[in-house]
Write a protein that binds this ligand. Structure first.
Ligand SMILES: NC(=O)c1ccc[n+]([C@@H]2O[C@H](COP(=O)([O-])OP(=O)(O)OC[C@H]3O[C@@H](n4cnc5c(N)ncnc54)[C@H](O)[C@@H]3O)[C@@H](O)[C@H]2O)c1
Ligand SMILES: O=C(O)C[C@H](O)C(=O)O
Length: 317
């Protein structure tokens, strides 16, 4: 059985993730961490969630704290703490402000919970994953970000709708930045196990339009309802279940790569990774030429934002 801690639990994504994670059978303890001053809200969240556990028949020890140190002995620590973007902002606009939060958080988790797996949700998630890796001093396998998993799910849903098949029949991946430079892998997209390009209807697929929809999905949801919650919340639970269940699923998350993809590496970015109780292990793979070119561009962009943020962090810390 496992202890899961959610940092930023008073936020939109954090509190919904608490609910989705509570459905995972391996979770025995859940800790919600918020900032000092938010004790009443956290207490209210615990009471409300406990009612949902009772109604569902879930048996989890639930507690809250305003100290990250209480995350000690956690198997998985999920970080949703940080500012979200407002309409008109790019995720990268949040980089420095959130990096300051993540650097401090990661340092504390690194010291107090050395065996945990740290799961970043805070945006820009690829850059935050790199910051957390540096400041926690964790091994790369212990750190990952939500990455392009949610983007891959968004594309999967569009493809299923287009071909009028059940969503479970579609396998697809988007790699690279969780942001504008994301790269769809049509070469790794199958429907009912058949490569999508082998289907006669493929030629009519509005591929560019679909990718544009995925690219702008977060922005559109934020414009319409203020924040993205249900997609990220369910995606977070899938990943936590994959870890705790030692499932060895291959999901597309932001992870540190050395040189696994066409020799490209030394960056944290969305790539397919095997995920189990020991953490996250990027899968070496070869791509088509245009996909490699897109991935290189994405890596170049993330490297630059990451390097700028690291430099600014050095100046203020
Ligand atoms: N990677 C993804 O796919 C994905 C999806 C959704 C949201 N996000 C990101 O997750 C983060 C949270 O989103 P949200 O909608 O829940 O935002 P929110 O404003 O509802 O919640 C933010 C949380 O962070 C905490 N926080 C803010 N500043 C802090 C600080 N200085 N120190 C400690 N905690 C602090 C708040 O107290 C709150 O608990 C954002 O960065 C958002 O962009 C990422
Ligand atoms: O778009 C955002 O800012 C939130 C998140 O990254 C998302 O894609 O839903």
């Amino acid at each position: 059985m496992a202890k899961v801690t959610i940092l930023g639990a008073t936020g939109n994504v954090g509190i919904f993730a608490a609910h989705t994670i509570s459905e995972i059978p391996y979770v025995s303890d859940m800790l919600l961490v918020g900032r000092p001053g938010r004790e009443d809200f956290l207490a209210g969240c615990c009471r409300d969630l406990s009612d949902s556990f009772a109604a569902r028949g879930t048996d989890i020890r639930l507690s809250y704290s305003t100290s990250i140190l209480d995350a000690k002995d956690s198997d998985v620590v999920i970080c949703t703490a940080g500012v979200p973007r407002r309409p008109g902002q790019d995720r990268n606009d949040l980089a420095f402000e959130n990096a300051k939060i993540i650097a401090e958080t990661a340092e504390t988790i690194g010291r107090s919970s050395p065996d945990a797996i740290l799961f970043l949700v805070t945006n820009p998630v690829d850059v935050m994953t790199a910051v957390a890796l540096k400041y926690s001093e964790f091994q790369p396998r212990q750190i990952f970000g939500l990455g392009t998993h949610l983007d891959s799910m968004r594309l999967k849903s569009l493809i299923a709708h287009y071909f009028r098949v059940h969503v479970s029949e579609v396998h697809t991946r988007i790699i690279g930045e969780h942001g504008d430079s994301m790269v769809p892998l049509w070469s790794a997209t199958t429907i009912g196990g058949i490569r999508i390009s082998n289907l006669p209807t493929f030629s009519g697929l509005p591929a560019q339009e679909m990718i544009e929809t995925v690219r702008t999905s977060g922005e559109a949801i934020i414009r319409d309802k203020g924040s993205t919650v249900y997609g990220p919340g369910e995606a977070i639970a899938t990943l936590v279940k994959t870890i705790l269940g030692d499932e060895n699923r291959i999901l597309t998350v932001s992870s540190y790569i050395k040189s696994e993809i066409h020799g490209i590496g030394d960056v944290c970015i969305g790539v397919p990774a095997r995920i189990n109780r020991d953490g996250v292990f990027p899968v070496p793979l070869s791509l088509e030429e245009n996909e490699v070119a897109g991935f290189r561009e994405s890596v170049k962009k993330i490297r630059k934002v990451t390097a700028d943020v690291m430099e600014r962090l050095e100046e203020v810390r």
